[in-house]
Design a protein around this ligand. Structure first.
Ligand code: AMP
Length: 675
């Protein structure tokens, strides 16, 4: 303290000196004053803000910290050990404790909130709105649990859910959790090949689906895509439970397809006892894209996830029971799992399930929901905001947003102009938060439930407690200091709520995530990042071939495999190119088997359309490349590796950098010309 006072006195003096002379030691007065003020600010800045202090405690005193956080959930049997890390990098949290996600989300609140809204479904697609109280939710979830039980679904069985944003999807997720069955929700934008891969990997006993969804007023069939996927799959389910919304006519498959409405009628009023799970037993598997063509089943535990969500609802989202939460993600993504379904419900909040786009009937729809339902916390993606930028700005001011505490955005980089635009428009804090399917909840975020620390646009602020996150040198594995770019890595154990393994493949979990940084067994996020002198972090793009289109994570390899299925294609390369609206778009470059076609522009145009349709059919519209161009060779190294970074640079009009290893420089010229 004495030292601090001395330095402060020195600074005061230095400012006085600076003011009294026009030039000191050859430096203009203003610079000296600025220097002195900066030095004082640095001193005034506590060595750690409360968020950083909480973070430090969570890393240094894991047991004590997480024992306290664990008090936020119901344990049927208390845990005997906070963390078992005897088999790194596999972490087991809250060992011996028995709990259940459905109980924490539904039953636990029946005493105090039975008649309060728990789930509000709003569909601007089919013009419907239904509010379910916690008691209604309990009834619906029990009915679905009974239906699944009647099909023989028991603890540990897998149930695949391929559904649009309808309440039955949420009931099905919670019903699985109630039974101790493992759900795997597949995003509705995926098509038959993607679905078949997931069916084969998860081997579900039952699949729950709907006849169709709707997007932008257009019906998008689900059932025929599922039928096609089941035909492709090696390990098809015994039963398919179909929610018939009356949007798309279909012929049920006899002996396999079950009608949800009839069974609901049959099981209405059923009570299915909760299956208590040991904390580490899996709750769900969610598939995500990587650099190989085979998606990874991210496996989540039960107790750790419940604790992470209960805790984050308070510390990151600054909420309390009785609040209302609107998350515009999709239940097929991790954000939907954590912050449409489990987080708000476990936190005793009302969750709004929205089926629709951010611009229909107009660009004010989301804000009208905030006003109407008195939303306290909202979570969306930067792409949605960039879309809104094209609409009437006055819509941001049209509605009463006084209940809204903050808008959280995640899933892709939040560019500064978009952050500034929405911040000015709403007059509410904008909280950029960074995470991955694998982590289940944010790695970096402002944490207003701990303290209000100013945010910086372009930065998702600080490490979240529990994540020992570092910036590392990709070649040496050494920790890097402020303002140095490196790989963002997490020193294990991963905290509660993060993935525990890859479904059915422990070796792949270790190999994929913990083996890429030299000399250290750390979890790689495969993102570049840096932190500044004030401890704010910045995410600077992927280190691998994964791209992010409008917040959807896609493996370029999967798209290439699909393009290569076209009979005319010999090989292809897909890259992500910067896009003003979607962040990135996929662009494919294909080499044709018949070089003669190369000069026939009409044929090529038709081929481009055919290839796009093929990707659509196999992987879904979400993966469809924005453009497919034809070249006679791909730019490769002499060892045969496609030079993706050089392709991206050329496509974005940048310098492709070091090309000494390229086999045929004219291949890159062709890429340039093809655009
Ligand atoms: P997903 O697993 O689909 O959620 O995608 C995770 C990836 O999205 C991360 O590895 C990042 O590349 C990117 N991402 C997510 N949130 C952010 C963010 N706030 N800022 C920058 N990139 C992000």
């Amino acid at each position: 303290m004495k030292l601090l006072q001395m330095i402060e006195k020195k600074q005061r003096n230095s400012r006085v000196v600076a003011r009294s002379e026009s030039l000191v030691q050859g430096l203009p007065v203003t610079i000296l004053v600025q220097k002195a003020i900066f030095a004082k600010k640095a001193l005034e800045r506590p060595t750690m803000n409360p968020i950083q202090a909480t973070h430090q405690r969570s890393i240094q005193q894991k047991d004590a910290f997480w024992r306290e956080e664990a008090a936020g959930v119901h344990w049927e049997t208390p845990f005997t050990e906070v963390l078992d890390y005897s088999n790194p990098p596999f972490a087991r949290w809250f060992v011996g404790g028995r709990t259940n996600l459905c109980f924490n989300a539904v039953d636990r609140w029946l005493d105090t909130q039975a008649d309060d809204p728990a789930l509000v479904w709003v569909s601007t697609e089919v013009e419907q709105e239904v509010t379910y109280s916690r008691r209604d939710l309990y009834r619906e979830v029990n009915a679905v649990a009974a239906m699944l039980q009647a099909q023989g679904v028991v603890r540990g069985d897998r149930v695949l859910i391929y559904m649009p944003m309808v309440p039955e999807a949420v009931f099905a997720m919670l019903a699985c959790a109630r039974l101790g069955a493992i759900h795997s929700v597949v995003f509705g934008g995926f098509a038959s090949v993607n679905l078949a891969q997931r069916i084969d990997d998860a081997s579900p006993k039952v699949i729950v689906c709907a006849d169709a969804g709707s997007r932008g007023g257009k019906v998008t069939p689900y059932k025929p895509l599922l039928d096609k996927a089941i035909a492709l799959a090696q390990r098809p389910p015994a039963k398919v439970l179909v929610v018939n919304r009356g949007l798309f006519a279909f012929e049920p498959v006899a002996g396999r397809d079950l009608d949800y409405a009839s069974l609901r009628h049959q099981y209405e009023g059923a009570v299915v006892p909760v299956t208590w799970l040991e904390s580490s037993e899996p709750s769900y598997v969610l598939y995500t894209s990587g650099t190989t063509g085979k998606p990874k089943g991210v496996q989540r535990d039960t107790g750790g996830y419940a604790v992470a969500l209960a805790s984050s609802m308070q510390r990151i989202f600054n909420g309390k029971p009785g609040d209302t939460y609107l998350c515009t993600s999709d239940i097929g993504w991790v954000v939907g799992h954590s912050y449409i379904v489990y987080g708000p419900l476990i936190g005793g909040q009302t969750t709004i399930l929205y089926e629709g786009t951010p611009v229909r009937p107009d660009g004010g729809i989301l804000w009208s929901l905030v006003e109407r339902f008195k939303v306290n916390t909202m979570f969306s993606a930067p792409t949605a905001i960039r879309v809104l930028k094209k609409h009437d700005e006055s819509l941001l001011k049209k509605y009463d947003l006084s209940t809204l505490r903050a808008l959280y955005l995640a899933g892709e980089p939040l560019d500064e102009p978009t952050a500034q635009w929405i911040s000015d428009g709403l007059g509410r804090p904008i909280i950029d938060n960074y995470w991955q399917t694998e982590t289940g909840w944010p790695i970096l975020a402002a944490q207003p439930g701990i303290a209000n620390v100013p945010t910086k646009f372009g930065s998702p602020s600080f490490p979240v407690y529990g994540f020992d996150v570092r910036v590392l040198n990709e070649e040496t594995g050494a920790d890097l200091g402020p303002n140095q770019k490196g790989v963002v890595a997490i020193v294990p154990p991963l905290p509660p709520g993060a993935m525990t393994t890859i479904w059915g493949d422990d070796a792949r979990f270790v190999e994929t995530y913990f083996s890429s940084v030299p000399g250290r067994q750390v979890y790689s996020t495969f993102d570049w990042g840096s932190k500044d002198d004030d401890g704010y972090w910045f995410i600077l793009g992927r280190t691998d071939d994964v791209i992010n289109v409008a917040g959807h994570r896609l493996g370029t390899r999967e798209i290439e495999e699909s393009i290569n299925c076209h009979a005319a294609v010999a090989e292809s390369a897909v890259v992500g190119i910067a896009d003003q609206l979607k962040g990135q778009v996929a662009v494919g470059f294909a080499v044709l088997k018949d070089a003669g076609l190369f000069s026939q522009s009409e044929q090529l145009l038709k081929l481009e359309g055919d290839i796009m349709r093929l990707v659509d059919e196999q992987l879904g519209p979400v993966a469809r490349p924005a453009r497919v161009r034809f070249v006679t060779a791909l730019p490769k190294t002499r060892s045969g590796k496609v030079l993706r970074r050089a392709i991206v640079a050329v496509c974005e009009g940048r310098d492709p950098g070091d090309l000494t290893t390229i086999e045929d420089p004219s291949a890159l010229e062709q890429i340039k010309d093809s655009l």
